[in-house]
Design a protein around this ligand. Structure first.
Ligand SMILES: [Zn+2]
Length: 277
C-alpha cells in the first residue's frame, strides 16, 4: 500500500500567483486523479486554514465523508497563521478538534517561539496529544530541533513527524549545522521525517531528479533507518516544481540506495503503522 503522508486540498486556490481556475485547481478530486494515475492508495490531508481557506478543516472533513477509504485528515490545530496560535487553551482546542473530526493526527505549523514546547501551555498540548493517541505533524525549522528532542523524550509515545526533511537544505554552508541537528534528532526514536519537499531541499526547485539532494536523503536513511522515513508528495505546491509522479519517483526510482523491502515501508508501511491502519 502506498500512502502519501502530506498533501493538501483546497476549496479555493490559496497560492500566489493567482490561477485562472481557483475553484477547481486545488480540489480533492484533483489530488485523487493524480493518486489514481500512479497507484497511490491513500493520502494524509494536511489542513491549513490559510488564504481563502479559513474553512479548510471543514472542507477536508467533507472530503472525508465522500472518500473515506482514500483520505486521512490531519486538522490544522492552532497553526502559526491562526489567531489562537499559542494562546491559552490549546489542549482543549486539540481535544475539540479530535472529537469533531475524529482525528488520528493533526498538523501544527510553528513560528519562532521555541520556548513554547516547555511552557505550561505547550506541555498541556502535548500531554493531550499523548492522551488522545495522535500523530503530531510539525512544520518547523532546524532551530527547533534541540527543543523537539527534549519534548519527544518527554513524550515517548507520541510519533512526531517533521515536514519536508525537517528543513534540510543543500545550499547550507559546511559543516551543515542544520543537517547536523536533523541527524542528531535520529537519536530520539519517536522522531520521524517526511521524505518530501525536494524542491526546497535542492538548490534548483525544478531540477528533477534532484541529484544534488540525494546525499542528504542517504544520510537520513543511514541515521533514521527504514522505519522512520515516510514519503510524501506535498501536492499541490509540488506542482510548481514537478509532477505528482516525479515526487514519488524521486524516492522510488532515484533513491536506489534504499533496499526494496525498506522502500515499501517508506512509501506506506510506516505511515500505515503510525496510523494503525
Ligand atoms: Zn505542505
Amino acid at each position: 500500500m502506498i500512502i502519501d503522508c502530506h498533501a493538501h486540498a483546497w476549496d479555493y486556490w490559496p497560492y500566489k500567483p493567482e490561477v485562472p481556475d481557483p475553484k477547481n485547481r486545488g480540489t480533492v478530486e484533483m489530488l485523487l486523479h493524480e493518486m489514481d494515475a500512479v497507484g497511490v492508495d491513500k493520502a494524509v490531508l494536511v489542513c491549513a486554514r490559510i488564504e481563502h481557506n479559513p474553512n479548510n478543516n471543514d472542507y477536508i472533513a467533507k472530503c472525508m465523508t465522500k472518500y473515506p477509504d482514500r483520505l486521512i485528515q490531519f486538522a490544522d490545530v492552532d497553526c502559526s497563521w491562526w489567531e489562537t496560535y499559542h494562546t491559552p487553551g490549546g489542549a482543549d482546542r486539540l481535544a475539540e478538534a479530535t472529537e469533531k473530526y475524529n482525528l488520528k493526527g493533526y498538523t501544527h505549523y510553528l513560528k519562532g517561539d521555541i520556548d513554547w514546547f516547555e511552557s505550561e501551555e505547550g506541555l498541556a498540548f502535548f500531554e493531550k496529544t499523548a492522551e488522545l493517541n495522535l500523530v503530531s505533524s510539525l512544520a518547523l525549522g532546524t532551530a527547533w530541533l534541540p527543543a523537539l528532542r527534549k519534548l519527544a523524550r518527554h513524550f515517548p509515545s507520541i510519533p512526531f513527524l517533521c515536514h519536508h526533511m525537517a528543513g534540510a537544505r543543500v545550499g547550507e554552508d559546511p559543516p551543515y549545522p542544520g543537517l547536523q541537528e536533523i541527524l542528531k534528532s535520529a537519536d530520539v526514536p519517536n522522531i520521524h521525517i517526511k521524505l518530501s519537499g525536494f524542491q526546497y531541499v535542492s538548490e534548483v526547485a525544478w531540477e528533477y531528479p534532484y541529484s544534488d539532494a540525494m546525499w542528504i536523503v542517504r544520510k537520513l536513511y543511514e541515521y533514521y533507518g527504514p522505519e522512520r522515513l515516510c514519503w510524501a508528495s506535498n501536492y499541490p505546491p509540488v506542482a510548481r516544481a514537478s509532477t505528482y509522479q516525479h515526487s514519488l519517483e524521486a524516492v522510488r526510482t532515484h533513491c536506489s540506495f534504499i533496499a526494496e523491502k525498506d522502500m515499501d515501508l517508506i512509501l506506506g508501511g510506516n505511515m500505515a503503522r503510525l496510523l494503525e491502519l
